[in-house]
Design a protein around this ligand. Structure first.
Ligand SMILES: *Cc1c(COP(=O)(O)O)cnc(C)c1O
Length: 304
């Protein structure tokens, strides 16, 4: 059964030589503690969408993802806990014949029906689901009336859910930079929208070659969620480690060292890249002395 999410999550100091030398403070916002199976940011983004699903009397959630999609697993678990049906449209028809990987098995065990699509079918279905996501009657008519969530879960309601992270950080001001990984940009969009004047947000791209694209996504999500744009944020593109899901040896070594020193297990695809970026930038003098960095630990390591 699904554990209840634990919010607000704690903020803890994370003293480290690299930051001390730069005159910078590092804190961790432990959103990895929201839930034992679901990454914190997936929970935060799903929350308002699930409320809408229940309010509008939907019986079924439909969403999209790749072979190891955390978002698919999160939707499967959340839907199951609410007694809703869920359908996951999975990229890659060849996966239908292969033994299920641990991630798809977990989604299925939580009650999700998996439908495997070719790359072309997948592109078409995600395209038709559109950016508006929640509330839009549903793309593949075949699944009847349903609430459709976009790939990665980022829509206007998700941005509002992600904004809650900042609401839990008291006393932010001019010296503060709130940092998070950027996959689809929903988490960064929510954080940037919630900052008080003077505070800034820094996103770390985990995709390669996404300059311009991700900034456009954050701006689009701001317009969708709030009908306006927000300043005070930027995305760092130099720490993707070779691309989504790539964990080069140097990053692995950094993550293992961090875990040893601080006793916090690091999810590699997003969280380790974000922290490696902060260490790299701080060592290079990118933050003025007196800066207080708050890294949002958006999720926990995979269960395998
Ligand atoms: C999905 C995920 C992200 C990416 O968040 P976006 O809102 O898509 O940018 C970051 N961290 C973790 C741990 C995730 O699972």
């Amino acid at each position: 059964m699904l554990a209840v999410p634990r919010v607000p999550t704690p903020v803890v100091d994370c003293p480290d030589e690299v930051f001390e030398r730069a005159g910078v403070e590092l804190r961790l916002k432990r959103d990895d503690l929201v839930h034992p199976l679901v990454p914190g940011n997936k929970w935060r983004k799903l929350g308002p969408n699930l409320e809408l699903a229940v309010r509008e009397g939907h019986r079924r959630l439909v969403t999209f993802g790749g072979a190891y999609s955390t978002h698919l697993r999160a939707v499967a678990l959340a839907a199951g806990a609410l007694g809703l049906e869920s359908v996951g449209l999975v990229r890659g028809e060849e996966l239908a014949r292969a033994p299920r990987n641990w991630s798809l098995r977990a989604a299925e065990e939580a009650g999700m029906e998996l439908v495997f699509l070719s790359r072309a079918e997948y592109r078409e279905a995600t395209g038709r689901a559109g950016a508006d996501g929640a509330g839009s009657g549903g793309p593949p008519g075949r699944w009847g009336p349903c609430l459709v969530l976009p790939e990665g879960g980022s829509n206007a309601l998700a941005v509002r859910g992600a904004r809650e992270v900042v609401a839990e950080l008291a006393g932010l001001g001019e010296r503060d930079v709130v940092c998070c990984p950027v996959g689809t940009g929903g988490t960064l969009a929510g954080i940037a929208a919630g900052l008080p004047p003077g505070a800034r947000a820094l996103g770390v791209a985990v995709l390669r070659g996404a300059e311009g694209y991700l900034e456009g996504e954050v701006t689009r999500l701001h317009r969708e969620a709030y009908g306006r744009e927000f300043g005070g944020w930027r995305i760092e593109h130099g720490f993707h480690g070779g691309g989504y899901g790539r964990v080069p040896a140097a990053l692995e070594e950094f993550a293992a060292g961090f875990e040893r020193r601080h006793g916090v297990a690091l999810e590699r695809r997003y969280v380790a890249k974000t922290l490696a970026a902060l260490y790299g930038l701080a060592a290079a003098g990118a933050f003025p002395p007196g800066t207080r960095l708050t890294a949002v630990v958006t999720g926990l390591p995979d269960p395998v």
